[in-house]
Design a binder for this molecule. Structure first.
Ligand SMILES: [Zn+2]
Length: 470
C-alpha cells in the first residue's frame, strides 16, 4: 500500500475519533424508546360475540404512544436512505481503488511478498479489507454507533463497540480470505465454467459458515449460556417435542451487551440444532409473548426455511456469477488499461467484482426482502397455530415496533420490509383469534371427559392459558 494512502486513511480515522471525543452526550439513554412492557389486551380484542379483527388490530395499535410511533418511523425510514448511501459510498470507494490504481499497487506489493498464488491472494485480501474498512469507517461509525445511540437502541460505549468492530474485521480477514482464495483458484483453473462452480463453492462455504457460527463465531461477541429455569425451558421444550424438533436444551445470549432489541432463533442443522432466546426477550417478554416468538422460530425450522433459503441462494448466486462473468469482461475491456488490471485471474480485479456484487445486491433488495418476508409470514402462521397465543404475538409485534415502522403503505412494505409490518402481523393474529374464538371462551367439545371421583372438578379446563387474565 502506498504510504500516501496510509497517511490519508489514518487522517480520516483520526478526524472521526476526534469528532467522537467532541460529541458532548449521547442523544438517548439505552431503552429510551421502549414500548410499554406489559401490554393489556384491549377491550376490542377480548373474546366476544362481536369480535372484529380490524377493530382489535386498531385497538392494539392505539396503545402505542404517538411520540414512540414517530420516533420508530423516523428511524426505520432513515434505514431506507442508508441502503442508498451505503451503496453509493461503496461505489465511490471501489472507483477510487481502481482509478487511482491503488488496487493494482496492492496486487504488486502482494506479488513482492510471495509468488505462491494462494498466499499472494490472501496478502492482497488483507490489504484490501483493512483499507476499505478504514475508508468505510465514517459511515460504519455513524450507522452502527451514533445513530443507534440517538434512537436509544444501543447499550455499548465506544470502546467495547470498537472492540466488536475489530473482531468483525478479524472474522472478515479469515473467512473472507478463505472464500477469496477458493474463488480465485476456481477462476484460474476453470476459465470457461468458473461462474457455475464459483456459485456452488460460495454456497457450500456459506453452509459451512452457518454450521460453525453458533460454536465458533457468535461466542466471540456474546456469552451464550444454557437456560435452567424450568418455568421458561419446560414449555419451550414441550412445544419443540410437539413439533418434532430434536432440541434438548434452550440457550440464552447476552444481546443486551450491544442493544435493546429482542430476538430468538433456532439455528444449525441436525446435531448442532439449538434454540436461543436473547436476554432482552427473556427480561421483557411476557410468557405468552415468549411462547408466540418460539412458535414462530420453530415454524422456520419445521417449514425447512433453512434448506429453502440455501436453494434460493444457490439460484441467486448462479445469476450473480453470470452477471459477474459478463460485467467483469465488459468493464476490463473498457477501463482495464486505466486501472492496470487486465484479466479476471488478476486479484487486482477484486474491487470491481465487489462493486458488481453490490450493484446486483442493490437491485435485488426488493426481491430478497419479499422472499424473506414471505417465509416470515409463513412462520407467523405456523407459530400462531402451534402456540395459540395471538395476543402474545400482538405484544411481540409492538415490541419490535421500537425499531420497525408499524404501519407502512403496501408498496413500501413490498420494497423495504424483510418481515411483515407490525400492523399486518397484529391483524393476522387477530384474524386467527376471531376464527378460533372458542379456544378462549368455552371448554372443548367433542370428547366426553370422564369426571374423576370428585364432583367439584367436573368441568374440564380450557386447553390454553387464558391470556386475557394476565
Ligand atoms: Zn422469523
Amino acid at each position: 500500500m502506498p504510504s500516501r494512502t496510509l497517511a490519508i486513511t489514518f487522517g480520516c480515522l483520526l478526524f472521526f475519533c476526534a469528532a467522537f471525543l467532541a460529541t458532548p452526550a449521547l442523544a438517548q439513554p439505552p431503552g429510551a424508546n421502549e414500548m410499554p412492557s406489559v401490554i393489556q389486551v384491549p377491550a376490542e380484542a377480548q373474546p366476544s360475540a362481536h369480535f372484529d379483527a380490524t377493530a382489535a388490530t386498531n385497538a392494539y395499535l392505539a396503545q402505542i404512544p404517538a411520540d414512540k410511533t414517530a420516533r420508530s418511523n423516523t428511524y426505520f425510514e432513515g434505514g431506507y436512505w442508508l441502503i442508498l448511501w451505503d451503496f453509493l459510498y461503496g461505489v465511490v470507494i471501489a472507483l477510487i481503488l481502481l482509478n487511482l490504481r491503488w488496487s493494482a499497487r496492492m496486487r504488486d506489493l502482494a506479488e513482492r511478498v510471495t509468488r505462491f498464488k494462494p498466499v499472494h491472494t490472501f496478502v492482497y485480501w488483507l490489504q484490501y479489507i483493512i483499507l476499505t474498512s478504514i475508508l468505510g469507517f465514517p459511515l460504519t461509525v455513524y450507522e452502527g454507533y451514533f445513530r443507534e445511540h440517538k434512537y436509544g437502541l444501543a447499550t455499548q460505549t465506544f470502546g467495547p463497540w470498537m472492540g466488536d468492530q475489530l473482531k468483525n474485521l478479524g472474522v472478515g480477514v479469515v473467512l473472507g480470505g478463505l472464500l477469496i482464495m477458493i474463488l480465485v483458484g476456481i477462476v484460474r483453473r476453470l476459465p470457461r465454467t468458473w461462474w457455475i462452480w464459483g456459485a456452488v463453492a460460495t454456497n457450500i462455504f456459506l453452509v459451512f459458515v452457518v454450521l460453525i457460527s453458533p460454536v465458533y463465531i457468535f461466542p466471540l461477541f456474546n456469552k451464550i449460556t444454557r437456560l435452567n429455569d424450568p418455568k421458561i425451558v419446560d414449555p419451550i421444550l414441550s412445544l419443540a417435542r410437539a413439533n418434532g424438533i430434536p432440541a434438548r436444551d434452550v440457550f440464552t445470549m447476552d444481546a443486551s451487551r450491544q442493544s435493546t432489541r429482542m430476538s430468538a432463533n433456532v439455528s444449525g442443522f441436525a446435531s448442532t440444532m439449538r434454540i436461543t432466546l436473547n436476554d432482552n426477550l427473556l427480561r421483557r417478554g411476557s410468557p405468552e409473548e415468549i411462547q408466540a416468538v418460539m412458535g414462530h422460530e420453530m415454524g422456520h425450522y419445521v417449514l425447512n426455511h433453512i434448506y429453502k433459503g440455501i436453494m434460493f441462494n444457490l439460484i441467486e448466486t448462479v445469476l450473480l456469477f453470470a452477471f459477474l462473468r459478463w460485467g467483469v469482461a465488459w468493464s476490463l475491456q473498457r477501463w482495464g488499461d486505466k486501472w492496470g488490471v487486465h484479466e479476471i485471474t488478476d486479484v487486482g480485479v477484486i474491487p470491481l467484482v465487489l462493486l458488481l456484487v453490490s450493484i446486483f445486491g442493490f437491485i435485488s433488495t426488493p426481491i430478497d426482502n419479499t422472499l424473506t418476508r414471505t417465509q416470515e409470514y409463513e412462520a407467523d402462521m405456523y407459530g400462531l397455530n402451534t402456540s395459540r397465543q395471538p395476543d402474545g404475538f400482538a405484544q411481540g409485534a409492538i415490541h419490535l415496533g421500537e425499531y420497525r415502522k408499524m404501519n407502512p403503505g403496501p408498496i413500501e412494505e413490498w420494497i423495504f420490509y424483510d418481515h411483515p409490518s407490525g400492523r399486518n402481523r397484529i391483524y393476522a393474529s387477530m384474524r386467527w383469534k376471531a376464527e378460533n374464538l372458542k379456544l378462549f371462551t368455552a371448554p372443548p367439545s367433542g370428547l366426553v371427559q370422564v369426571p374423576v371421583q370428585s364432583t367439584e372438578s367436573a368441568a374440564p379446563a380450557p386447553p390454553v392459558v387464558d391470556v386475557e387474565k394476565k
